[in-house]
Design a protein around this ligand. Sequence first.
Ligand code: CO
Length: 245
Amino acid sequence: MAGISKILENNKQWVATKNAEDPQFFKNLANGQKPKYLFIGCSDSRVPASGITGTGPGEMFVHRNIANLVVHSDMNLLSVLQYAVEVLGVQDILVVGHYGCGGVAAAAANKQYGLIDNWLVNIRDVIRLHEAEYLRIKDDGQRARRLVELNVMEQVRNLAKTNIIQNAMRGDNPPRLHGLVYDIADGVLKDLDVHGDDMMADMEHIYATEAVTKAPDKDASSYEGPKHDPAKELVAEKKGAVEKK
Ligand code: CO
């Protein structure tokens, strides 16, 4: 058996196993989700979110992309983040990198790979930010592993820069941010012990923003609003047309 038939057969067996373990399993899941975790990981097939964390259906909201990046123009990531934080109320956000990441390795090489170069440039930015430390590592393997860690740390920092996380941090149930690295070679998940609030401390003079709750003071801005209001003009035009009749 190969291809999709194998997948469908596996699914049948999984459904049977789950129902045998707990006849209410699917009924409970159908009632809704309240996951405690958001997992932001690499798309690499060797890093399955639920498998390496021992979580089952309903426990973890997941976003994966090449090299587990948090990019501020990525509508997909931002939508997942906002929904996870503001609607689902996840308590822990895990950025999970992995040693042996092909995306990170490609970024470290000075070769073109096509469209993906524009995605990988985010990792090249990580190299630039940590260039002194990165170049000081002479061993190729160690340098590659360190870049995976630096990338995870920088992505946690990127999370902390978003207005979604900044606003959530001021709320009643601020989520905790974590940077983790998974080792494909032994299956171990390591906590890099980086946290959003610590990271924010040394960059908040640049990135901290506050939600504007009232319209800015008119005197404080030279902008006086639109010169004309098309909606009002349309009404006036129609009125004129009616009066003319
Ligand atoms: Co990867």
